[in-house]
Design a protein. Structure first.
Length: 273
């Protein structure tokens, strides 16, 4: 009889373990030997993946500049073929306004086989190749031929997989990339998330391999820097328009505009105020 009571006590203890909270996926990632501790400490990634609402068409269906700003702080999710998920917080974008925009691929309202996605419903991915090697990812918005370029992400989950993908995309052997180097540029972002031309014209609200979820603590106007776009070249007045937006003080941004930031500070616009 004592042995039977002991077995019952052990069974009861096992049943009670169901009340133990689940370990967050990000905490598991950071428990891995050699993993960087920064994602664990990020206040922006406290979402339970299974309960995260996916951003729907009404979010993407807004004017291009508004969407470019609204993307800041949202989270891009990429599910790899092996089931691993990569999560990154959007920290930098550029708006391309369609036909009137001399720097846009759809300038003059011309639709081609290459830029068809820019004319599709808001939330459609437009992925194009540059230099015959690298890819850049955009998301269509309201407006004929208008789209937002995703320039930089703050890596949150799956950093080891991002490093693997970045390493595989580069021919020459290279040193281990630091966290801030993984996604701080449009082509780096695509490499780290395994994005290529096959993702062109995919719908962010319907695709099983890539989508967005809301971020925590949306940035205020004082946290957003509006400055000129990168690599526009000789596009007249359009090269000077403040159509690039990034989170002020975020170390994962590709290029900071110190002049604009000093002007914001002089006006008393301190981050998070």
């Amino acid at each position: 009889m004592p042995r039977k009571r002991k077995l019952l006590a052990q069974l009861s203890a096992l049943q009670n373990t169901s009340s133990v909270p689940r370990i967050n996926a990000v905490e598991q990632l950071n428990a891995t030997p050699g993993a960087d501790p920064s994602p664990k400490s990020s206040k922006y990634f406290v979402i339970e993946k299974k309960n995260s609402p996916q951003l729907q068409e009404d979010f993407f269906n807004q004017p291009c500049v508004s969407l470019a700003k609204s993307f800041l702080g949202q989270i891009l999710v990429r599910k790899l073929p092996d089931g691993r998920e990569l999560w990154g917080r959007i920290v930098e974008t550029e708006a391309y306004l369609g036909g009137e925009d001399e720097a846009s691929h759809s300038k003059g309202g011309k639709q081609t086989q290459r830029n068809t996605a820019m004319f599709m419903k808001p939330g459609t991915l437009y992925v194009y190749q540059i230099y015959g090697i690298y890819f850049c990812m955009n998301v269509s918005s309201q407006g004929e031929g208008a789209a937002v370029l995703l320039r930089s992400l703050e890596p949150l989950q799956g950093l080891d997989a991002m490093r693997e993908l970045r390493r595989a995309s580069r021919k020459a052997p290279s040193r281990l990339l630091k966290d801030w180097q993984l996604c701080n540029g449009p082509s780096k972002l695509c490499q780290a998330f395994g994005i290529d031309k096959a993702f062109d014209q995919r719908d962010l609200t319907q695709d099983a391999a890539i989508w967005m979820v809301p971020g925590q603590d949306p940035p205020g106007e004082q946290d957003v820097v509006a400055t000129t776009r990168i690599g526009i070249g000789n596009r007249g007045e359009w090269a000077q328009k403040p159509l690039r937006f990034y989170l002020r003080g975020n170390r994962f941004v590709s290029v900071v505009d110190k002049k604009i930031e000093r002007e914001m500070a002089a006006r008393g616009h301190s981050p998070g105020s």
